[in-house]
Design a protein around this ligand. Structure first.
Ligand code: FAD
Length: 364
């Protein structure tokens, strides 16, 4: 979080004068402003190669709820090259008005050009709340913008709300995840937060929705194009749990790292990815990138297998929003069965290969 934010534990004045911050070349921090002119909830839509990140639509879903509570418009900002279709999509997912900045200079994400456009839109159209996904890009962009406006930023929120004073209540785990802190930004606007993917629910896509699209000129000075993206090489070992539609997750009940190969076979048969509980990760059976839960990734797949996982609250909080949960556990009293849609009581070493075989047979 940057200056201007306060937790419920600490509600003092911000410690540093924001005007002492050094602005980016050519960008000036806000002078005296009338905060009451700030209105609306702005969601920055993240995309790569013209494909939106699901967290963008999830944030529009949550942004719609906040905007309705504030009786304010829900706004979206779409930046990129050949991304006009995403402006239409943003309306289908709940936006009232979309700012569209479409330029070849925005084809690949780079901090300075994207910040420039964001800052221009925020300063011109004055939203009271700005939300972005807590992705690598969202974290980078939100930090840059919050610094240069300057305003407060709550990173990695898992709950959002607004109070009667139109203040954003952004909550996130704090102190080694042992408590939930609600963070407010009272002195500055806009109030900014990044939010984890998979936590909020997108509205059903409604193609009959109508809204306004405002084209924003890029106005990116040459000094902001300091880097050039020569090639984009996707990491082959990346585990995209947050966007996976099927996750086959295993826990301590697997008894060792070898059994994860069995889970991978089921995941491959279903076109999914392998997840894990923290116990399995802490035991060194699988990499942390696979961990689901409070200190791992929050997921919202269509199908989630919890195999040899007991259902501790720290695990459940990260996967309870899955559309369908199938739990396999030899202990009929395991807490995971309380949230599972389907429960199979038995030995995972017999059940998992049988399911994989059945899935393969169905596909053949
Ligand atoms: P266990 O609780 O040991 O459960 C193993 C299960 O396997 C049992 O239910 C057992 O009946 C079953 N089993 C054993 N053998 C078989 C078999 N042959 N067939 C079928 N079933 C079998 N945990 C997370 O997962 N994610 C997090 O992000 C996370 N964050 C945490 C943050 C904090 C601050 C703390 C304190 C804890 C966190 N934890 C997290 C840990 C969490 O509390 C649990 O310890 C952990 O989730 C347990 O993992 P598990 O279910 O794999 O293991």
């Amino acid at each position: 979080m940057s200056d201007g934010t306060q937790t419920e534990l600490q509600r003092g004045e911000p410690r540093r004068d924001p005007k002492r911050r050094k602005p980016m070349v050519g960008l000036q921090p806000e002078g005296d402003v009338d905060w009451s002119s700030y209105r609306g909830v702005l969601v920055v839509v993240e995309q790569r190669a013209g494909v939106a990140k699901p967290v963008s639509w999830q944030l529009l879903g949550e942004g719609r709820r906040l905007a309705d509570k504030l009786d304010a418009p829900l706004l979206a900002l779409v930046m990129g090259h050949q991304v006009a279709h995403l402006a239409e999509e943003a309306i289908c997912y709940g936006a009232d008005r979309v700012y569209l900045c479409d330029s070849p200079e925005l084809r690949d994400y780079r901090t300075r050009p994207y910040s420039r456009v964001c800052l221009h839109v925020i300063r011109t159209f004055k939203p009271e709340i700005v939300l972005m996904g807590a992705t690598y890009t969202g974290r980078d962009l939100a930090g840059a913008i919050a610094t240069h406006l300057p305003t407060g930023l709550t990173a990695d929120s898992t709950m959002l709300d607004v109070d009667e004073d139109r203040l954003l209540l952004a909550s996130r785990p704090a102190f080694s995840e042992k408590m939930l802190a609600t963070i407010l930004c009272k002195q500055f606007k806009p109030q900014m937060a990044t939010a984890r993917a998979g936590v909020f629910e997108a509205l059903p896509r409604d193609p009959s929705r109508t809204g306004e699209i405002i084209t924003v000129p890029p106005q990116i000075p040459p000094e902001d194009i300091a880097t050039e993206v020569l090639e984009f090489i996707a990491a082959t070992d990346r585990v995209n749990l947050a966007e996976a539609e099927v996750i086959v997750a295993g826990g301590r009940g697997l008894g060792g790292p070898a059994a994860f190969a069995m889970l991978k076979e089921l995941a491959d048969a279903l076109g999914g990815v392998v997840g894990a509980s923290r116990a399995a990760v802490d035991l060194g059976w699988i990499d942390h990138r696979h961990q689901v839960g409070q200190t791992g990734t929050t997921v919202r797949p269509k199908l989630y297998f919890a195999i040899g996982i007991s259902g501790a609250v720290q695990h459940v909080v990260g996967m309870q929003n899955a559309e369908c949960i199938i739990a396999i556990n030899k202990d009929p009293a395991a807490p995971i069965f309380q949230i599972a849609h389907y429960g199979i009581v038995g030995d995972l070493f017999q059940i998992v290969p049988a399911i994989t075989e059945a899935v393969r047979a169905r596909k053949a």
